[in-house]
Design a protein around this ligand. Structure first.
Ligand SMILES: Nc1nc2c(ncn2[C@@H]2O[C@H](COP(=O)(O)OP(=O)(O)OP(=O)(O)O)[C@@H](O)[C@H]2O)c(=O)[nH]1
Ligand SMILES: [Mg+2]
Length: 336
């Protein structure tokens, strides 16, 4: 199971209690107050770790507790403040309060941090309560409690461009030839289980992040296959490259693929279809591809249900045909 949404519990801790104490010195009968303040309680802070790609680690570790502050001490000594507890999360994690649904923050940049539960303030010791009227107070404060929260963490891949399509249409292969990413590639379906990211660097100095998403199938928006978890990621991409295998070797009709994937996107979130989409005819090196593409284009032109007819670009990741055109055109669309 791929985990990209999970609930955890975070517990910051109380501040240390203030101390009630008095100076006791031989020959000084009225020693003044000498109880120190408590130290602050530890907070819980989420922090981006770029080495993490999933929320998998949270599957077995869901409750996080910080350390309490130390109590104030005699002779006016302060209790030590507790160190904060850091929890590593992958880049692109959205944090919401699981009980109220309030959005607490998005950890999107490489060094983002988010305090999700604040430690309590330390209580004041009796030194702080001394006044001319009451020079020897017998009171001190308790430390404040720390915040506790139930959180929902959701991982969404951050990418400018998302590669979308049926399994085995060549998404990972495309990513591997236009970026330095090394995703797993194989002829069986659902090779990609976790989105892969790569940076496309063009010779004209432009660059953008491309994400290879796991394959979608009919019913993905209802939970069939792996799709539903990954449709979430598509939400965060600005341009969709919709890959369609033109070779026909799997016996599906390319136009049917196009319609089905768009239907899944629409059911999941109707606004996804308004996002710029380039149809990428893949595997154009195969014997039947040219013929299938011609038929595809005829059907596309006749389809009255389309709000706008998307542009179609041809590629082969094997022969590198059309890759330069596609990567540059994608950069243009991102800019516009
Ligand atoms: N002939 C040809 N084969 C290709 C091309 N691109 C990919 N393939 C082959 O198609 C198969 C699937 O490629 P992947 O890149 O793993 O496909 P995917 O879309 O990432 O598949 P999933 O991760 O399972 O969704 C592999 O056997 C590739 O070698 C291409 O341009 N031409
Ligand atoms: Mg793949």
């Amino acid at each position: 199971m791929f985990v990209d949404q999970i609930k955890i519990e975070v517990k910051a801790r109380k501040g240390g209690d203030g101390m009630v104490a008095f100076r006791r010195e031989k020959y000084v009968p009225n020693g003044g107050p000498a109880g120190g303040d408590g130290g602050k309680g530890g907070s819980i802070i989420l922090k981006v770790d770029q080495g993490l790609r999933t929320l998998m680690d949270f599957r077995y570790h869901r409750i996080f507790k910080a350390k309490p502050g130390q109590n104030g001490m005699i002779k006016g000594m302060y209790g030590r403040g507790a160190d904060d507890t850091y929890i590593s999360v992958p880049q692109g994690t959205t944090v919401t309060d699981a009980e109220t649904g309030e959005l607490l923050g998005d950890l999107v940049e490489a060094d983002d941090e988010l305090v999700v539960a604040k430690g309590g303030r330390g209580g004041r010791g009796n030194i702080k309560f001394a006044s001319p009227k009451n020079p020897a107070p017998e009171i001190a404060e308790n430390g404040e409690p720390g915040e506790e929260r139930k959180l929902k963490l959701e991982l969404k891949v951050l990418a400018d461009v998302g590669l979308v399509g049926f399994p085995s249409v060549g998404k990972s292969t495309l990513l591997s030839v236009v970026t330095s990413a090394k995703p797993k590639i194989a002829e069986y379906h659902f090779t990609t289980l976790v989105p892969n990211l790569g940076m496309v660097r063009l010779d004209d100095g432009r660059d953008y992040v491309m994400a290879d998403l796991p394959g979608l199938i009919e019913g993905a928006s209802q939970g069939v296959g792996l799709g539903i978890q990954f449709l979430r990621h598509v939400e965060r991409t600005r341009v969709i490259l919709h890959l369609i295998d033109m070779s026909g070797v799997e016996g599906r009709d390319p136009y049917d693929d196009f319609v089905k994937i768009n239907e899944e996107l629409k059911v999941y979130d109707p606004t996804l279809l308004d996002r710029p989409q380039i149809v990428v005819a893949s595997k154009m090196d195969m014997p039947d591809s040219a013929k299938n593409l011609a038929e595809f284009k005829v059907k596309l032109a006749k389809d009255k249900t389309l709000k706008q007819v998307p542009e179609v670009m041809e590629i082969s990741s094997l022969t590198h045909q059309g890759l330069k055109e596609l990567t540059h055109r994608t950069a243009d669309v991102l800019e516009s």
